[in-house]
Every structure is written in C-alpha cells, then in structure tokens.
Design a protein around this ligand. Structure first.
Ligand SMILES: [Cu+2]
Length: 459
C-alpha cells in the first residue's frame, strides 16, 4: 500500500484537547497538508540509495523574504563573512537580550517573552511542512498535541515550507543521492579525484554565507567510502590560493610519505598543484580525511570529511543495522557549533521506524569536546576510533573529543520526536532559542512513513 501522509481518516481523540484552538489550527494544518499531498510517492530509502540522479530539490534561499515568524528569531549572521582566522570568539554568542526588534504577537500566552516566540520560531523552521504530514504518521491524538505546541492556530508560513535542513545542501542528501563514486585504475587501485576549493556556505538558510574552504565544494567533503584492504589512490587538486595537504586520519600507512604532514612527510601542495596519496585501507571503520596544514583555519572552515572503510568481517552489532547509516561530523569554529556544516534548525534529523536499528558515526573535527546526549533511548557504543570495542556498552551521553570517532547503534524502541544534542548548553541554546549542535531522532511507526517523509522532502 502506498503511504499517504495527508489523508489519514480522523481517529478517536485521546488526550483532552482545547477544541477551539484545535479547530482553528487544524484548518491551517489541513490547508498546508493539501499543498504537500504525498499520494504517488514511491521512492523509499532503498530506492533513493539506488537513484542514479539526485531527486532532491533545494528550495529557494530565504533572505529578504524571511518569514515573519522566523524573523523574530535571530537571523543576523553572528559570524562576519570575511572572518578568516577562526576562534572561539567567532562562534555565535547568544545575545544578552532576545531580539529587541521582535514584534510580539497580540495573543501571547501569559508569561511568555520574546525568548519564547523566538524559540518556537526556530522549531517551526526545523519542522517546516513535515508538521501537517505528521497527522498521518502519528494519528490525531499526537497530531493535535503538536498543533498546540507549535501554535499552528497562527497558520504560520513555515507550515508550507520545507524544513530548514532541506533548504541547504547537506552531507546526508549528497551521500544518499549522489554518493562519491571512485573509479578503478588499471593497476587495481580505487581512484578518487578530489578538489580543494573556496566557496560560500550557509550554516542555515537564513544566515549570510561564510567563506568556507573544503573538498568538492562541500562542508563536510563527500564521504570517501572504500573496502578494507582496498588500495586507494586519492588525487587532490588544490584550487585555492593557499598551500595545503591532506591527512587520512586513522590510516596506518606503510609509506610514511603518504601521511600528509607538510615539512615532515611532504612539501605543501601549492596553489594549482595536484598531489596523489596512495595507501592500503588496512583498517576498517570510521576514519576521516582533513587538511593538516594551517589546519586551525583550514579544518575550521570546512576542509574535513569522513573516510569510511567497510570491514571484511562486520560485527554482530553492525549486521543488526537495518536503518540508515548516519555520519555526524562536528565542528565549532567559523560556522559556530555545527553538525555536518550546519547548525540547528538546518541539521538533518535521524529517521527510524519502530524496531529499526540505525547507526551514527560521531566524528569530531572541532577544537573542543562535545557530549552527545540522546533523549528517550540509549546508544550502544560499538567502536572507538574505528576499533571495535571488545565489550560494547550503552549510554545516553557520549563525550567525543577532537579527533575522536565513536560508532553507535540505536534501536528505535519508542515513537516520537526525541531531542538529540550536545550537552554543553552554550553550544545549543541561547536567548533566541536552540541553535548549533541540536538535532532530533524521529521515530515513526513504520518504514513506509520514512519513505513518505523522504518523498515529501524530495517533492
Ligand atoms: Cu558541544
């Protein structure tokens, strides 16, 4: 049966509901739902993975036409686009006073301030037009509660807009729909052609772009994926006006001249030059690649990516993964506190159906540790720095320090939208609401709901 999110028949109500608010707001929701009917959506996760061409379309960048509700939130870029030297001071610092220019709605609930309005606006941007679709996923009871929480009676503009994370290019989408595909050289090497570029990058769709550098004009660079034992040939062309190098973080090189450290193992790659790294992918797991030259600046501005070596003999915990394999690379300099080059609400949620097991590869390319905290469920830690743990353990808060990688699996055991964030509070919340290293895990009843959600987002 084809999944349809917007045509769910009304079900018996559960929790008591403020009828007047619900009637009003449901009209708004249903109107929005009509715009994004999912009838006919056939693409699923598997289909997406097999897609030969990208099907996602990124919505127009909102700037001058920022929605009123979003404008209440802090949309002013907190990092100057011309910033070159990253520092902690370049990170977004919550203003001491919530946006003074915010015009507060007349029907403000008792006790609310500009902070509440701004905080709600950010979540509205994150959920976007998924909100009306959730009626068909969770049923009327949950939906009606969300109607109240989001204040849908306002019929705010984000109800018909794609979520923030779909309005900016992101690693999840490129890895899923346009994965980096190496070629095979005559001598058997797996061959990657990469570039090092300057480009503008939006941390979220309402912020002015920052001056990023990175691989193949992405932050993070595309995931380089090989098999354990592969002989790898990675050719990097430096299109920037500054020297650089590339270090494959975690590889145990036979030839130390491939290690990518200028003046220790090689000369820096000059502007316009190309350098070829050759090595055997002798260690499986979650590794990384990044600049190892002027790295505080270059890695801080996006010269980083995941290097995933698929194991010859996966462990049982890996074989149990039947959901999506996510990578979260954190950074904390030029773009503020980011997951995969984006701050909340432009972070991509983890999607899982009840009973599914997903995998997350935490990688820290920043300058400080970040303790990732999962609401509502535990994370089983199966590997550290790509090395399998002899005894996996479960936790709900996992500290990931600079340079470290942790692989976790999560079994989706409870329905809902669960916050999932760094627990250093200034990295996630300010007077304008949540920002930075905030995300969620959205657990839906059935895999078809994920299919439908992806279809909605790609429509
Ligand atoms: Cu943090």
């Amino acid at each position: 049966m084809e999944p349809t999110l917007s045509s769910q028949p009304a079900e018996s109500p559960g929790a008591p509901i403020d009828e007047s608010a619900t009637q009003l707001s449901r009209r708004g929701f249903l109107r929005a739902a009509g715009v994004i009917s999912l009838t006919g959506v056939a693409a699923g996760v598997a289909a997406c993975q097999n897609a030969t061409s990208p099907q996602w379309s990124f919505g127009p960048v909102a700037s001058a036409a920022a929605p009123a509700s979003a404008a209440v939130a802090s949309v002013a870029p907190s990092v100057a686009a011309t910033t070159v030297a990253p520092s902690i001071a370049a990170s977004p610092v919550p203003s001491a006073v919530a946006s003074p220019s915010a015009s507060l709605p007349a029907n403000l609930p008792a006790g609310w301030t500009a902070h509440d309005v701004a905080a709600r606006a950010v979540v509205r941007r994150y959920v976007g037009n998924l909100a009306p679709a959730l009626q068909g996923v969770y049923g009327d009871t949950v939906f009606n509660e969300m109607v109240k929480i989001l204040g849908a009676a306002d019929n705010y503009p984000e109800l018909t807009r794609k979520p923030s994370f779909v309005q900016v290019p992101n690693l999840f989408v490129t890895d899923l729909l346009a994965p980096l595909k190496p070629t095979k050289d005559a001598d058997g090497y797996v061959h990657f052609d990469m570039t090092v570029d300057d480009f503008d990058w939006q941390i979220d769709e309402l912020k002015a772009p920052v001056k990023a550098t990175g691989y193949n004009k992405q932050w993070p660079g595309p995931t380089m994926r090989v098999k354990e034992g592969d002989k790898v040939r990675a050719v990097f062309k430096n299109n920037r006006q500054e020297t650089t190098s590339v270090h494959f973080h975690g590889v145990e090189f036979d030839n130390f001249f491939m290690d990518g450290v200028p003046f220790v193992t090689q000369l820096p790659i000059a502007p316009g030059e190309t350098f070829t790294y050759e090595f055997t992918a002798n260690r499986p797991g979650s590794l990384m690649y990044h600049s190892h030259h002027n790295a505080t600046d270059q890695v801080g501005r996006g010269q980083l990516g995941a290097f995933v070596v698929e194991p010859k003999a996966p462990v049982a915990e890996e074989k149990a993964v039947d959901g999506v394999d996510y990578t979260w690379i954190s950074n904390d300099t030029l773009g503020g506190f980011t997951i995969n080059g984006h701050g909340f609400p432009a972070t991509v949620p983890v999607l899982a159906a009840l009973g599914q097991t997903v995998r997350i590869r935490f990688m820290n390319e920043g300058t400080m540790g970040h303790p990732w905290h999962s609401h509502g469920y535990g994370m089983k830690v199966i590997a550290k720095d790509g090395f399998y743990l002899p005894q996996p353990y479960v936790c709900d808060t996992l500290m990931v320090n600079p340079g470290e990688r942790y692989d976790v699996t999560i079994k989706a055991e409870r329905l809902g939208i669960w916050a999932f964030h760094c627990h250093i509070l200034p990295h996630v919340e300010g007077t304008d609401g949540m920002f930075g290293m905030v995300n969620t895990m959205i657990v839906v009843p059935k895999p078809e709901h994920i299919t439908a959600i992806l279809g909605l987002l790609t429509a």
